[in-house]
Every structure is written in structure tokens, then in C-alpha cells.
Write a protein that binds this ligand. Structure first.
Ligand SMILES: NC(=O)c1ccc[n+]([C@@H]2O[C@H](COP(=O)([O-])OP(=O)(O)OC[C@H]3O[C@@H](n4cnc5c(N)ncnc54)[C@H](O)[C@@H]3O)[C@@H](O)[C@H]2O)c1
Length: 398
């Protein structure tokens, strides 16, 4: 079989992550071209490059598929055009920035009969596959409630939702849709066969606001007086220079480049002077068929960056924290499973590409709409949760 050839639109963090599959699985996947206005492309790669996604799609380049890893607001125009041009698509989440965009993308998919696979990498990660298997096995009986915490960590949350790309809701989708469509997807998967009946949500931007700026603090961390800066946990030097776990967000991770970035880029701004309006924490309450209740909590102000889920069932409990799965039936012994995890997103980045290649090769248009519909189901819940938060009303008709 020939490798699946794809254009990659947006060569940032996600674009580079998907591109890496071409070097690890050369028999299955090949890059047909890259588009990005600012990224540095590999030299002498032997494929064309463009400054913009639309130029790439207009170029008539021979390819089976397109990977859309563009900023959120470009997903809708890019996926619609890619489908019109006859390409299969791997589309980063969110599918669209509004429910209307999502519906228009579905109409385009139905017309084109091509695959649109959403970048829900977690459901492909070995940890979450195992967890789903445990819940579906019935070992803890019928689920009565699920408490799911998406802890983002104050460093990552300040990077993405205060200083960065998703800090201003009108420029994308807001934090819940951007971050937690993954979580709504997992919830839909765990509750497969049951429909969500009611949704209520609360949340706000409590802390990263101008009125909370410490006395004497400057608008950029480089200008902040030492006495003030050293007491600030969100100081860009602490977040990006002293710690190194967020450096992967930048093409050049060297000390020199990070210091320059702090001095000159939006990521060196004081968290209290970013003009941000995205929430910093939000809770969603849901009721499913048969009375199953679910709480999703999205939190910026945590040390940990992981998801912790507590499942309660009529025959026992399961607690999962992205490292281990503890199974505690009421009768019989408790067990702990520690699934093997290698690679980014616990192996999800690699596994979703394996699935993408398989689905493109399967040429099964009848499955493609069902795949998009499943992904749209969790987007719909996320958009309705946002409606509830903004209107203060419980959504009773879904
Ligand atoms: N599935 C996941 O777990 C996951 C994780 C992070 C981000 N995402 C999503 O992936 C998408 C990309 O996020 P990212 O973190 O890689 O962001 P990023 O900023 O690192 O990458 C986006 C890239 O798009 C490029 N771009 C901007 N305008 C363009 C244009 N007109 N034509 C071509 N390229 C253009 C930018 O220069 C940038 O390099 C976002 O929609 C985000 O929500 C998904």
C-alpha cells in the first residue's frame, strides 16, 4: 500500500507533532507540503511550502488528505475548502468556533463524502482506551455519577488562556470549548448509549484581572521590580525560564531564545495586564438518561497538569489519574492498573495518526459521517454549557 500523502496547514506545535509521524512511519504517511506564514520549514525536504493555508489548497498539489492544525478561527474556512477540493481531513479541535460553523462543516462533509477526523487524541491514548475498557466491562455496575477534574496547571493555563492564543474569547472559542471538548468527548465515550438531558454551568475569570495586579508591578515581567516579581508565581521567568516543561511551545527552546521571547513576545506580559477575558475556572453539571449525573471541573489554579476522574457505580468505584486506574469493586479485591504510555498525549498523537491512515485507506464514506457526528455530539454539549454559563439558565432541551 502507498503511504497516505497529506498537506499540513499550520506548522506550529500540533502541525509539527503530526508531521513527525512521517519520519517514524514512512511507509504509511508522507508529507505533501506545509503551509505556515512564520514557521521555519525543514530544509531540502522535497515538498512545496506556502505562506498560507488557502494558497496550499489552491495549488492543486496531489495529496489524499489535509491536516488542519491552524488557529481555531481558521478551522471552518479551511475544512470547508479542503472538502470542496476532495481531500480527507484530520481537523484539530475545536471543529468550529460556533455551533453554526459546526453544522456547516457537517453539511460540507456529507456533500463531499470524505473523512473529517477530529483531533481527539485522548481517546486514542492507551491509558484512556484501557479506562474505557474497564468502565464498559461493567465491573463497577451501572454508573451513577462521574466527577471529572481537568486540572490545567497555573503555568499552562497562564500560557494559553491568559497570555496566549486563547485569552480573548472573541478570537476563538473560549476556554471550555477549546480545552474541554476532549473531556466532553471522553464523557460521551464513557456514557455511550446514554443521552445528555440537562446541562448547567458556572464559571468566570476570577483572578487574572487588572484589579488583582500587585502594587508596583509592571506590564511586562522584564520591567517588574525584583521585590514584586519574586513573589509572583506567574512571573514569565519562572514559568518559561526556571521551569522548562512549557518550552516545547516555542520553536527554539534554548535559554537565549527563551529570554528573548520573554522580553519581546506576548508571553512576557504581566498576567494582570493581558487584556484577557477567558474564564480561569468553570464547572459543568450534566444529567444523563436514567439519572446518571456528571460533574466536569476545569481549573487553572492547580500544581498538577492532569485529569482525575472518579467513577461511582452500583457495584464499585474507579479512580483514574492519567497514570493509574484503581478499580474498587464492593465485592472482591481492589486492583490497580498502570498502562504503558509513551509519546505526547500519552501516545495519543501517534495512535490518532495510525487511525487516520487506516480510515483514509478504508474508503468508507458511510462511516465518515458517523465519525464526524460523534465528535459533533460532544461539541454540542460544550457549546450548550457555554450558553448556560452566559445566560445563567439550565439547558433542558438538548
Ligand atoms: N488535540 C489537542 O490536544 C490539541 C492541543 C493543542 C492545540 N490544539 C489545537 O490545534 C490548533 C493549533 O494549535 P497549536 O498549539 O499548534 O498552535 P500554534 O500557534 O503552535 O500553531 C498554529 C500555526 O498556524 C499558523 N498559521 C496562522 N495563520 C495561518 C495561515 N493563514 N496559514 C497557515 N498557517 C497559519 C501559525 O503561524 C502557527 O504556526 C488549535 O486549533 C488548537 O486548539 C489541539
Amino acid at each position: 500500500m502507498k503511504p497516505v500523502k497529506a498537506l499540513i496547514l499550520g506548522y506550529g506545535i500540533r502541525g509539527r507533532a503530526y508531521a513527525a509521524y512521517a519520519s517514524t512511519h514512512p511507509g504509511d504517511f508522507e508529507i505533501a507540503g506545509l503551509a505556515d506564514p512564520v514557521a521555519e520549514f525543514p530544509v531540502d525536504a522535497g515538498y512545496p511550502t506556502w505562506k498560507s493555508w488557502d494558497a496550499a489548497l489552491e495549488s492543486g498539489t496531489e495529496a489524499d488528505a489535509v491536516i488542519i492544525s491552524l488557529p481555531d478561527r481558521l478551522h471552518y474556512p479551511a475544512v470547508v475548502k479542503a472538502l470542496e477540493k476532495g481531500y480527507h481531513v484530520l481537523l484539530e479541535k475545536p471543529i468550529g468556533c460556533t455551533w453554526q460553523e459546526c453544522e456547516a462543516i457537517r453539511a460540507a462533509q456529507v456533500k463531499a463524502r470524505k473523512l473529517v477526523l477530529t483531533g481527539y487524541v485522548l481517546r486514542f491514548a492507551p491509558f484512556y482506551k484501557k479506562l474505557r475498557e474497564v468502565i464498559a466491562s461493567g465491573i463497577i455496575g451501572e454508573l451513577t455519577s462521574v466527577h471529572h477534574l481537568a486540572a490545567i496547571s497555573y503555568g499552562k493555563a497562564s500560557h494559553a488562556y491568559c497570555r496566549g492564543n486563547w485569552s480573548v474569547e472573541s478570537k476563538g472559542t473560549g476556554m471550555l470549548v477549546n480545552k474541554c471538548t476532549h473531556d466532553f468527548d471522553l464523557i460521551e465515550w464513557w456514557t455511550k448509549g446514554k443521552a445528555c438531558k440537562k446541562i448547567s454551568s458556572f464559571g468566570s475569570l476570577m483572578h487574572w484581572r487588572p484589579e488583582n495586579k500587585p502594587k508596583g508591578a509592571a506590564d511586562r515581567c522584564k520591567d517588574c521590580p525584583d521585590g514584586v516579581r519574586e513573589k509572583c508565581a506567574f512571573d514569565a521567568y519562572k514559568v518559561y525560564y526556571e521551569r522548562t516543561d512549557l518550552r516545547y511551545h516555542f520553536a527554539d527552546e534554548s535559554d537565549e531564545a527563551i529570554l528573548k521571547m520573554i522580553e519581546t513576545s506576548p508571553y512576557g506580559r504581566c498576567v494582570y495586564a493581558c487584556g484577557n477575558d477567558s474564564v480561569d475556572h468553570q464547572t459543568v453539571l450534566m444529567e444523563y438518561d436514567g439519572g446518571l449525573t456528571i460533574i466536569l471541573e476545569m481549573e487553572s489554579y492547580s500544581q498538577q497538569r492532569n485529569r482525575v476522574t472518579h467513577f461511582y457505580g452500583t457495584r464499585g468505584e474507579v479512580i483514574a489519574d492519567e497514570r493509574k486506574i484503581e478499580i474498587m469493586p464492593f465485592l472482591g479485591d481492589s486492583t490497580t492498573i498502570i498502562p504503558q504510555q509513551t509519546g505526547h498525549h500519552g501516545g495519543g498523537d501517534r495512535e490518532i495518526m495510525t487511525e487516520f491512515v487506516k480510515l483514509v485507506r478504508s474508503a468508507s464514506p458511510e462511516r465518515y459521517t458517523a465519525i464526524l457526528d460523534a465528535a459533533l455530539g460532544s461539541h454540542k454539549i460544550a457549546f450548550l454549557a457555554e450558553e448556560s454559563r452566559k445566560t445563567g439558565k439550565t439547558i433542558l432541551e438538548i
